[in-house]
Design a protein around this ligand. Sequence first.
Ligand code: ACO
Length: 343
Amino acid sequence: MSTTQIFKNPRAKHNFQGRTCSITSVGSYVPDRIMTNAEMEKIVDTTDEWITSRTGIRQRRLAAESEYTSDMATKAAQRAMDKAGITADQIDLIIVATITPDMLFPSTACLVQNKLGARRAAAFDIEAACSGFIYAMEIGQQFIMSRTYETVLIIGAERLSSIVNWKDRNTCVLFGDGAGAAILQHRPDAHGLLTACMGADGDKAMLLCMPGGGSRIPATSDSVAAGLHHLQMDGKETFKNAVGAMVGAAQEALKRCETDISQIKLVIPHQANQRIIDAVGERLGVEKDQVFVNLDKYGNTSAASVGIALDEAVDQKRIVRGDLVLLVAFGAGLTWAAAVIEW
Ligand code: ACO
């Protein structure tokens, strides 16, 4: 099955009687510790030149020893809440997208709920890897549009440094830690989230996975020795699928909004590889300055990447209220998603 043909957008059919879902605010957090490519050269057989030219990454952030996914998620969330003047008791629902939860259960969202003191909020995790932030946004907006909830907190947060194999140069140079968060609410004066397209292709699940630690391969000394508790990736195949899926999802999202790429102020793609971003940009027909990139500073932060980028884009005034923004992502699963929002 083609990775570009499966989309779901249930709300297109419905009349929501004036109800919209907007992003009220965004916030992000990255750990202080910077690891440069020069440091990578000391631990695996690689060079700054290879990493920069093949990926665009110059450095990444690493969580401190006792800093977990829920800590970074909470900090990003608190920043988003502060910007919107929202208190913890206003939050109805917390959704955390992550492939590196603090532990398999309870959910990281429950740990964040406790850290924020958001005692009224329901809380759960979702797992859609690098597409997680857009998936979480699409799930969260359903609760706003259905008038079930008024305030939903979505977070993409990752501590990928804890599952990376630091002896594998094919993967360890690519990833970093961080968190991005957004508050979703109905804003009467805005169209907000216009559409989102999500897709998946489980047939390619093993292209990018962590085989151990689940019910299939519980942790044993053998599974640890075999390296099954580390992220594994077929980079070449993942790359090929990424470009087609991101372009397909983005084009479908634009079509549903009856708009075209020239109306989009900024494209915010998942930050995995500069060459993927360039190929997607080229096929969408965007100008270079229409695409947001911060991959050089953070590497691939999976579910956190789009949230961190959106926060920085707002901070740098690359987008202002009323602008149309295209978010697009791709990740393990395989999963992909794109969304058009009126910021
Ligand atoms: N330093 C030096 N050489 C390296 C390194 C490194 N860090 N890594 C790989 N190489 C070598 C390989 O061993 C290979 O050598 P060989 O030809 O002697 O075997 C050579 O470089 C070329 O390797 P390729 O895999 O062909 O390199 P490629 O140009 O495809 O780049 C990369 C690899 C960067 C991983 C790319 O394939 C990629 O970005 N893939 C997509 C990753 C991605 O998008 N993931 C998204 C989702 S992540 C998520 O959801 C958690």
